[in-house]
Ligand binder design. Structure first.
Ligand SMILES: Cc1ncc(COP(=O)(O)O)c(C=O)c1O
Length: 358
């Protein structure tokens, strides 16, 4: 079976994990050793102002939103995303306002953002869908005009760039996921890049919130002034992350080369565009009879997926808003593999099978 996602690893990851297990130093809430090294390296890599590591992309989103005053405010967010993007708003007592997407790249539509901004808007959330950062300048301008923070869900876009700068350096808070399926894979992990005038305060806040609100630690003494969570990154994940970070650009280059082939060799019209900025966490196509298509692909030994069933349609939200593009696309979208472990013959098989079936 050709897997949809498959971490790109060598013996190095296994060796470092084993070394840390034997060291018995597996975790530190305050973020020392490998966690600190990972933060420092990620900071250099993205050229953002601060980096705080946590234990998942979900935790990164939850904590990032807590930095901004969104209580009882509206937060603009796409519905075509993983549920965590939206639940982070509710965990911070904000109100999600779902925004439609651009049918070309499936990222949030800046025109619909403009339509939905009101006096009650407290923040804008964007998602680099499938690793594609788009319309960053337009979104920055909208945010500046309305004095709103932007929180970027970069769970799919570790290593992506825009205008020659890495993702992580653009918005007030940029949240990464290092879940095993992601371009930079760890057993679990996440990270928040901050680029805001309150950087130092925010960094301190996040460091405390990720470890149960603990601050002012001096030997055995510490205090809490705010409630926090147990969200710190473990040492094994951080050490694996350091190895993964070193090969991220090379791995993303491989993903991009695969996507380039899909873009030029797949006969289907409705497919993900090609961009050198994108890191192709997966590649999406749109098909008419999706259930049958996915079943046939599976029978041929190719795993596919659906990213995503729209969040506004989930039972919890009971949201009556109409998002025409999101709703049309989510019935047709299929994700196909782009991971760097795919062989040339795997890629040929994927292309030929899709061309036969569509
Ligand atoms: C777009 C998006 N946001 C957030 C997350 C949450 O990341 P994690 O699984 O690390 O909590 C994911 C992961 O699946 C994701 O794809």
């Amino acid at each position: 079976m050709i897997k949809l996602f498959d971490p790109y690893i060598s013996k190095k990851e296994a060796n470092v994990a084993s070394k840390i297990i034997q060291s018995k130093f597996w975790a530190s809430g305050s973020g020392v050793r490998n966690v600190k090294d990972f933060e420092d390296e990620f900071l250099k890599y993205t050229k953002s102002k601060s980096c705080v590591a946590v234990n998942s992309g979900t935790a990164a989103l939850h904590l990032a939103l807590s930095l901004f005053d969104i209580k009882n405010k509206e937060v603009l967010v796409p519905s075509l995303t993983f549920v965590s993007t939206v639940s982070s708003i509710l965990h911070n007592k904000g109100k999600p306002i779902f925004v439609d997407i651009d049918s070309k790249n499936l990222c949030i539509d800046p025109l619909d953002i403009k339509k939905k901004i009101t006096k009650k808007t407290g923040a804008i959330m964007i998602v680099d869908f499938a690793g594609m950062p788009t319309k960053i300048k337009e979104i920055k301008e909208i945010a500046k005009d309305h004095n709103l923070p932007v929180i970027e869900d970069a769970a799919h876009s570790a290593g992506a760039s825009y205008d020659g700068k890495k993702i992580g350096s653009y918005f007030d808070a940029v949240c990464f996921s290092f879940h095993p399926v992601k371009n930079l894979a760890m057993p679990n992990g996440g990270l928040i890049c901050i680029n805001n005038r309150n950087n130092i305060k925010f960094e301190k806040n996040l460091q405390s919130l990720r470890w149960c609100g603990i601050e002012n630690r001096k030997k055995f003494e510490y205090d809490i002034r705010k409630l926090g969570w147990n969200y710190y990154m473990n040492e094994i994940s951080a050490a694996i992350g350091l190895i993964q970070l070193k090969k991220l650009d090379n791995a993303n280059k491989k993903r991009r080369a695969i996507a380039k082939r899909y873009f030029s060799e797949l006969g289907i019209d409705n497919k993900m565009p090609f961009s050198n900025n994108c890191v192709y966490h997966f590649y999406w196509i749109r098909v008419k009879n999706r259930k049958k298509f996915m079943k046939k692909m599976y029978e041929k030994g190719i795993e596919t997926g659906i990213h995503y069933n729209p969040v506004h349609k989930m039972s919890y939200y009971k949201n009556k808003i109409k998002l025409p593009i999101t709703e049309k696309i989510t019935n047709e979208i299929v994700s196909i593999p782009t991971h760097p472990n795919l062989t040339k013959s795997n890629i040929n098989k994927i292309i030929n099978t899709i061309n036969d079936l569509t």
